[in-house]
Design a binder for this molecule. Sequence first.
Ligand SMILES: [Zn+2]
Length: 396
Amino acid sequence: MPGNTLADRVDEAAVTATLADMVAIQSVNPFDEPASPGHREQEMADYLCARMEELGLDVERRDIVAGRPNVCGRLKGKGTGRSLMLAGHLDTVGVEGYETAFEPRVENGRLYGRGACDMKAALACYLEVVRVLRDTGAELAGDLLIGAVADEEHTMIGSKDWGPNWPHADAGIIGEPTELAVCPAHKGQHCLLIRTFGKAVHSSMPELGENAIVRMSRVIAAFGDYNDELKSRAPHPLCGHGRFSPGVIQGGTISSAVPDFCELEVDRRMVPGETPEQIVAEYRARIDPLMKDDPTFRYEIAGPTVGVGPLDISPGEEIVQSVAAACKAVTGTAPDISAFPGGTDAPNMGFPCIICGPGALAQAHTVNEFVETLQLANAARIYLLAALEMTDTPGY
Ligand SMILES: [Zn+2]
């Protein structure tokens, strides 16, 4: 593959040092709280913006809510090629029980620390790509953008703002940890609340009341074969089948009263092509028949409490083939082209993005999160080759 000479200029020590800087910055997602010390996506943004400015990028930065920014850097090309964005998130999950989370350490070819793979690794690679281009004087035909968003680990306010309001590119790569597999698809996640209602009376005469918890038990039973039904449908070629799982239940206040309210939060993994409207209709088709034997039965469906869209880029698309070819050129092996197991910012970005990054999802969100430094450097090489090809840059 052309560009290998440039890819050889990727410096494993340099990209590892950048990642260590990033891991030491505490950017734990504040979840439902305001941004505060230790939860500062803005300090990750400060670091990233300073490095991008040093490298000569045009940098744009804006808070989505106070202290929670998105940032975008643009390396201007010659204006004759297409644009590519390398994107990722600034936040990490929490660090409970992980005492050395912010003390990056390199040992046996691995860098350990919170965010080492999910996903400061890819952000470090993006800077290395630009450094190599700058130090070698290589000029891209099209623009290369680096995008970083707040809040991937919670409600994705960053990427939800990106789609309508921020620069787009002709294609994008999001470096979530895939161990360098190329993932052009993933399921969506749609969580809803199902509520049943009843009539509260003293529990010494339950026959006079209507028990919302008992009603919810019938609702749960009505979903007994739902996963089997989902499995019987034609599978998506990469994502397989949808899944349903009841996750959180609450109802009643005291055992001496018949409860008049019960709420169940259910998680539905949607395959590409399924819609939130269709899911609500499927739920109603299972719950409505319960009214036949229970004329005062009442329920409602509320939410979503979580709404992440599915991702569905065809494996034949050029961005997929280009990144796969770059992986093969760098590692010597053709990568897996598969579905990413979780949800990502990709469906929110407003242009076609695929997932490919260093590190394993198995290490993400764990104590002793790590990335292999060789895989880290290889990811930077892959992004560099993909950047040359996707911006139509000849001659390397
Ligand atoms: Zn992530």
